[in-house]
Design a protein. Structure first.
Lengths: 243, 229
């Protein structure tokens, strides 16, 4: 693992990955809705070794007033990685990466939330990454979607965050830490599973058009699987009489 | 909505879920029409009544409407007005001209201070969510005693029942004065036992309301009370 880019063997001879998964296999995902009693809506997503907790507050009056929009609500997202979320301690507080992820998450959520229902308001979304192992922005956006639904915020659809990428010239679904660090490409996507629309798409590295098509095929397949888990989590919270 | 709600038969829907064809039906709250389908926009129980499909949300914020009776708490006092917490996204404004007393400029605090609870009515709401309250009207007053119990706004209609029938039964069984604010706050004035019983009953409605009817919860409480007597 120490040799750097190109030196690391990420696929076994039988074609499987280092953790034993097939190329189109996702890490195990579990979701729990309503984990924080003080929030209007909340959710915890465990995706492989990633643990993301999202809390939603509002809609509330937007402060400071300069951020108010007279015709719609603004979504204020704060993504943060806990200092103990990785093997090297992370310096607490905002940094350039967390600002970027907060911004893309807010913009993608604004595309599904019916923001025009709440003029001059703010919907605050807090995403805290408790444990990180590649794919935290996807886990965070999935958690935020479930938390928004749990808070009763009207939305056109829920966004599912998934990623695929390329290792050793092979397209694989859901990169783990080693694959993310030493792989050739990473393609995180926010998918609206009911409509098939894409709310955000980022790409790190290079993919040919054919590889991109395959990566997106994997992403859509995984998004549908995760969406079922999201719906089950919400139904489990309320259908069982825990409302 | 009335007590005729059989929660166990209802279907829980999540945002983005297709809930059926829109042919010959109208989209109610929590539903948008897309091409020939209805799509749920909120987490809640699907309801179809009078050819209208809607979602009874499990959680929802209070959206004030003109004419709503609200239980408000004074949040800020200025020389000539009060800012009221109405359990919504925005505070309501009560100008001294709409208070039930003759208020001198600068003397607003002598009549109501921060933390006081009042029964008020929403006079006006504009498209930017500016809310003006009034306390001029029959029964609108400062609430000097009793307790305030929060109730999710989506349970308010269920708590009242048709023509306030269930609310009246609750008042009778708890021997209490109860005022239900549209903003998800219920004011209860009774003996300590009465307040405790009313709170217990309301909390049970909130917890079990989607699985049973308030009617059956009340009957249960009434029979328990008779048994105790």
């Amino acid at each position: 693992m120490m040799g750097g880019y190109g030196d690391v063997k990420l696929l076994k001879d039988d074609g499987s990955r280092l953790d034993g998964r097939k190329v189109d296999e996702m890490r195990p995902v579990s979701i729990q809705a309503g984990v924080l009693p003080a929030a209007d809506g909340s959710a915890m997503v465990t995706h492989g070794l990633n643990v993301a907790v999202a809390a939603v507050y509002g809609p509330m009056e937007a402060h400071p007033r300069k951020i108010q929009r007279q015709d719609r609500a603004v979504i204020d997202v704060r993504y943060n990685m806990a200092p103990f979320s990785t093997s090297d301690r992370i310096r607490p507080g905002f940094n350039r990466r967390s600002r970027e992820i907060s911004k893309v998450t807010a913009e993608s959520l604004e595309s599904v939330v019916l923001v025009e229902r709440y003029p001059r308001s703010k919907i605050r979304v807090e995403i805290e990454i408790l444990a990180a192992e590649a794919g935290t922005r996807c886990a965070g956006i999935t958690a935020a979607s479930v938390a928004l639904a749990d808070a009763g915020i009207p939305m056109r659809d829920m966004i599912v965050g998934v990623a695929s990428g390329k290792i050793e010239d092979t397209v694989v679904l859901d990169l783990d830490k080693a694959e993310d660090n030493y792989g050739q490409a990473d393609l995180p996507v926010g998918i609206l599973p009911n409509t098939g629309e894409i709310a955000f798409l980022q790409m790190d590295g290079d993919l040919s058009p054919e590889e991109y098509e395959l990566a997106m095929e994997y992403n859509f397949k995984a998004a549908n699987e995760i969406h079922e888990i999201m719906v089950e989590a919400l139904q489990r919270r309320y259908d069982g009489g825990e409302a | 909505m009335s007590q005729g709600q059989a929660g166990a038969e209802q279907r829980l829907v999540t945002p983005g879920m297709a809930v059926g064809s829109s042919a010959g039906k109208r989209a109610g709250s929590g539903i948008i029409a897309k091409e020939n389908d209805f799509i749920a926009t909120q987490l809640g129980w699907l309801r179809e009544r009078n050819n209208t499909v809607s979602v009874d949300p499990i959680n929802a914020a209070y959206m004030p409407r003109s004419g709503d009776l609200v239980v408000a708490v004074v949040a800020e006092v200025r020389n000539n007005l009060w800012f009221m917490d109405i359990n919504g996204s925005f505070q309501g404004l009560l100008p001294m001209s709409l208070a039930p007393w003759k208020v001198e400029f600068g003397a607003a605090r002598q009549h109501m201070d921060v933390g006081n609870v009042v029964l008020a009515r929403v006079q006006e709401v504009d498209e930017c969510h500016n809310v003006v309250l009034t306390m001029k009207g029959v029964g609108l007053r400062r609430l000097n005693q009793g307790a305030v119990e929060p109730v999710p706004v989506q349970h308010i209609d269920r708590l009242r029942g048709e023509n306030n029938a269930l609310l009246q039964r609750l008042r009778d069984v708890c021997d209490a004065r109860i005022m239900v604010g549209e903003n998800g706050r219920v004011w209860i004035d009774a003996s300590l036992d009465g307040i405790a019983l009313a709170r217990k009953t309301i909390r049970r409605l909130v917890a079990e309301g989607h699985m049973t009817t308030f009617d059956s919860i009340l009957s249960d409480i009434e029979s328990n009370k008779k048994g105790d007597a």
